[in-house]
Design a protein around this ligand. Sequence first.
Ligand SMILES: Cc1cc2nc3c(=O)[nH]c(=O)nc-3n(C[C@H](O)[C@H](O)[C@H](O)COP(=O)(O)OP(=O)(O)OC[C@H]3O[C@@H](n4cnc5c(N)ncnc54)[C@H](O)[C@@H]3O)c2cc1C
Length: 373
Amino acid sequence: MTHRTDLIVVGAGIIGLATAFLARERGLSVRVIDAADRPVGSSIQNFGHACFTGQADIIQEVAASARAGWLRAAEAAGFWAAESGTWIPATTEAEMQVLREFADHRGPEQVRLLDTADVAQGIGNPELTAVGGAHLPLDMRVNPREAAPTLAGWLARNGVEFNWNTQVTGVADGQVDTVRGQFTADRVIACPGYKLMNLFPEIAERHGVRVCTLAMSLIDRPARIDQSLGMLTGTSLARYDGFAAMPGVARLREELAEREPELVGCIANLMVTGIDQGLLIGDSHAYDLSPEPFIEEDIAQLLLDRACAVLGIEQPRVRQRWLGSYADSADRNLVLEHPDERTTVAVVTSGIGMTLSFGVAELALDGGQVAGF
Ligand SMILES: Cc1cc2nc3c(=O)[nH]c(=O)nc-3n(C[C@H](O)[C@H](O)[C@H](O)COP(=O)(O)OP(=O)(O)OC[C@H]3O[C@@H](n4cnc5c(N)ncnc54)[C@H](O)[C@@H]3O)c2cc1C
């Protein structure tokens, strides 16, 4: 039996759901097919941090449409999305220098430099020792455990067909083969995330796509720290392309190698976000085609210690730990390919898929591309 719609989306992570949301806005009939019985991939394992400002200059237009998409989806589906920005305490002069350069580069609409008292108040730690900091007001927060599942539920109640528990085995020329039969559509947009290798191995291999695993934890959130907290640190400044393009980053990297060799050793991006259930703390990065599932306790504890030191939390109660996974490529942030006229493959191959989701969905629907990203 075949079932026809205008568009089939493979994958009900945030990239696939954002694509379904925008396609529905455009009046298309949409079917979403996913191997799982609800969103349980990268899109619920992350910080829920939409870090538009820290991304590279060349992707800022896509980031702006992603931001607009998040706001429309949150309003329509009724999930929490805070326009609370990102707080970045600078613990050393080298970190502050990068923030000054970034503020000069992007201007006050995007980057506000802060004194120690203001950044201490922003992160909810009056005892913070810092030389200053910055606030990025355009950045947003969502709860990753709520956003994708709520959006999927809303789409299902508003005309989008869902086939859960349905592994897709092949996609070509508007035809989708699954373990439960065949579906057809004018167009298919495949958003399989870190399982790209299973569905389009040639594309995955050509771009060196592998799985990045990250040690994460959820701890109790003291009342003085807001649920909408989004906090980056010095390791984030050395990592995100927008900050990392600043001249002062070379000095910061040298300093981090001397001051925090263990964080550098586990390729940390030390950051914290709040959700109603607590504080999300991470993360380290390890790369493999088929990662082992084990969490290194030393790394998890290191991240916890450093994050709690910044936030002034003396005895954190750890409620959960997990090893998150996302698709990564060493040479690009986005795989956006058209293997045939009716098929598009859209995978964010860097830890910024929540941030860019609705922007990437728009590119996928419009047949757009971002050269050099
Ligand atoms: C710990 C961690 C922290 C992160 N922090 C951030 C952050 O702060 N900000 C940010 O912007 N990004 C962050 N990311 C990255 C972000 O989570 C991902 O880039 C994003 O969620 C990818 O979304 P996706 O829809 O491509 O993948 P997924 O959410 O993994 O969804 C893919 C879906 O496709 C389905 N699927 C795959 N293959 C098939 C098949 N053959 N048949 C049927 N269904 C299939 C899967 O079942 C899955 O539901 C983080 C990621 C992790 C793991």
